[in-house]
Design a protein around this ligand. Structure first.
Ligand code: F6R
Length: 612
């Protein structure tokens, strides 16, 4: 959600903050602001993108070498200049930036108002600023750091905060509970950020703060303690990220770059996990827990959005080949619906960012109930990755486009390897089938590449449908989750209302939508559902719907009925989702482009959803 950046050292802080905010803008782009410590705490903030903040500060005093910045995704209070961060406490002693939600803010605000404190914004963050100031004024509190720690003991909710104090301008205080913060360690300088993207240009030496940690940073010293004032455990790690990963390169948008990266990200994800000489799959992160996995009564997979769609693909795969019961749940439902879980269950949390609040809370709940918790995350060192008992990283690289593309195919790659390995271990598939699956997986990157080469045709078709108001996406079996994912991509970046449906369900309701204005995207492969899908599409055809069909090169049924075709290479049905989704990603991209939408930063969305 929101993005935080901070710096303390000798360099010009303004350029570090602005560059950092631009890198973090994918996390929130409702408003942005900075505070620079230079003869007082100077705060500049503006509604809109970071570029608007830049124009606003052009004539202002931006000198200094200590400062904090923030890019906001609004939770409490509409996006405007006033509600933008940083927030200043009533008497100006403290300025802070915050990511997360203070759940008991209304109660705290009432209490502080009764004590005479005045508020100027609708935000929960201002309440925290005033709460810190309130404690700072108490006799027994002797420093800014202590005021921050005491205030945080009164707070319920999630936060990543960075605080500057007028009386101690050579210090930066940061604290984390539920919202990520990374400290970058330089020579006589420290960086702070919500993720490593603003830091990587300056240092590869970082500390991922833990929940309950408070960091007190000065130019030449760092103290990490807990909110309760005892020493905190921490580990300095090396960043596995390069500045080139954060560039758009020759592409117009991050999303397009990320779609085109998929042949590489899929092979990066299976590299080192498929041993082609031994015809085997080795998932290093699961070695110690395979006995528990193979003995599991059932597997529950949780995630949100696109990650939930990847989970659905896994449900089909694991049940068909490994014959283990699988349940797929939205993390946001699972965490509150009092599910029956216990020892003997395996819960797999899927998350690109590794920070999604609902997924994190759901896995913590399942962990308390004794389930084995596995993680499939993209961001190394993320909160979800750190909470799990074991897991497998997707090696998709940094995903910046808000609409998830390469992360989805990387997740499906890991889940497919997991399903095949589990099926083999449980002797539900023979060696020959196992080897066939491995071969099929190894062939995927080249096939994806060939689909990408067909992008001009996809663009042409997108042009035809760019004015659509609604769209229906249909698929069955492994390709039902792909239909859902295709519809999600279209709606989130082009704002066209799109629904994904299991093709067989169409006649139970959505068929009422079909007329000669409705684009109906049908996703097919040469699988056991094919004939059924053809019959479903006859029903659309009979009602004059515009059929856009994703078909294999060998198709000779749907292609006759379709108005437009996206052709994909043949594959085993078990891996077909990795191919069929690619034309749908490009289709959504080109439609959004033609409609003039902000593809990488669609309205109302944020990349990393750290609030529930
Ligand atoms: C859609 C999209 C979202 C995310 C969802 C979960 O393109 O990006 O639906 O998939 O917010 O995010 P992660 O995977 O980070 O938990």
């Amino acid at each position: 959600m929101c993005g935080i950046v901070g710096y303390i050292g000798e360099k010009n802080v303004y350029s570090i903050l602005v560059k950092g905010l631009q890198r973090l803008e994918y996390r929130g782009y409702d408003s942005a602001g900075i505070c620079i410590a230079n003869s007082g705490l100077k705060v500049y903030k503006k509604k809109g993108k970071v570029s608007e903040l830049e124009s606003f500060v052009a004539s202002k005093d931006i000198h200094g070498s200590i400062g904090i910045g923030h890019t906001r995704w609004a939770t409490h209070g509409e996006p405007n200049d006033l509600n933008a961060h940083p927030h200043t406490s009533m008497n100006g002693h403290f300025v802070l930036v915050h990511n997360g939600i203070i759940e008991n803010y209304a109660e705290l605000k009432k209490d502080l108002s009764e004590k005479g404190m005045v508020f100027h914004t609708d935000t929960d963050t201002e309440v925290l600023a005033n709460l810190i100031e309130y404690y700072y004024q108490q006799e027994e509190v002797d420093s800014a750091e202590m005021a921050v720690r005491v205030a945080l003991t009164k707070v319920v909710g999630a936060y990543g905060i960075v605080v500057l104090c007028n009386d101690e301008p050579e210090k930066m205080i940061a604290a984390r509970m539920g919202s990520p913060l990374v400290i970058g360690i330089g020579q006589g300088e420290y960086f702070l950020a919500s993720d490593a993207s603003p830091i990587v240009e300056y240092t590869d030496s970082v500390i991922y703060m833990n929940d309950g940690d408070v960091a007190i940073l000065e130019k030449n010293s760092m103290l990490l303690k807990t909110v309760e004032n005892s020493a905190a455990n921490f580990k300095v790690t090396k960043l596995d990220l390069s500045i080139g990963d954060l560039d758009k390169g020759d592409f117009e948008h991050y999303m397009l770059k990320e779609i085109f990266e998929q042949p590489k990200t899929i092979s990066d994800t299976y590299r080192g996990r498929i041993n082609p000489e031994k015809n085997d799959i080795v998932l290093g992160g699961l070695i110690d827990v395979w006995d528990q996995i193979t003995a599991a009564n059932r597997i529950i997979i949780i995630g949100c959005g696109t990650s939930w769609h990847a989970a659905l693909v896994a449900e089909y795969l694991i049940e068909e080949y490994a014959r283990v019961p699988v349940e797929v749940e939205y993390a946001s439902e699972f965490r509150y619906r009092k599910p029956i879980i216990g020892k003997g269950d395996v819960v797999v949390a899927i998350s690109q960012s590794g920070e999604t609040a609902d997924t994190l809370a759901a896995l913590k709940m399942a962990k308390e109930k004794g389930a084995l918790i596995l993680g499939i995350c993209n961001v190394v060192g993320s909160s979800i990755a750190r909470e799990t008992d074991a897991g497998v990283y997707t090696h998709a690289g940094t995903e910046i486009g808000v609409a998830s593309t390469k992360a989805f195919t990387a997740q499906v790659t890991v889940l497919t390897l997991f399903a095949f390995k589990l099926a083999h271990k449980k002797e539900k598939i023979d060696q020959q089938t196992y080897e066939l699956f491995i071969e099929e997986m190894l062939a995927i990157p080249d096939k994806v590449q060939s689909i990408l080469l067909g992008h001009p045709k996809i663009k042409e078709v997108a042009e035809k449908y760019s004015e659509a108001i609604n769209a229906l996406y249909l698929g069955r079996g492994y390709l039902f989750p792909v239909a859902l994912e295709g519809a999600l991509k279209l709606k989130e970046i082009s704002y066209i209302h799109a629904e994904g449906y299991a093709a067989g369900e169409m006649k139970h309701g959505p068929i009422a939508l079909v007329d000669d204005n409705l684009p109906v995207v049908v996703v097919s492969a040469q699988d056991s559902y094919y004939e059924k899908v053809v019959s479903n599409i006859q029903e659309v055809k009979a009602r004059k719907g515009n059929i856009i069909a994703v078909v294999t090169e060998e198709d000779n049924g749907l292609r006759e009925m379709a108005n437009d075709l996206f052709e994909i290479p043949c594959s085993h049905p078990a891996v077909a989702s990795l191919l069929t989704v690619v034309p749908l990603q490009l289709f959504a991209y080109y439609i959004a482009l033609m409609r003039g939408c902000d593809v990488d930063q669609p309205r109302n969305l944020a990349k990393s959803v750290t609030v529930e």
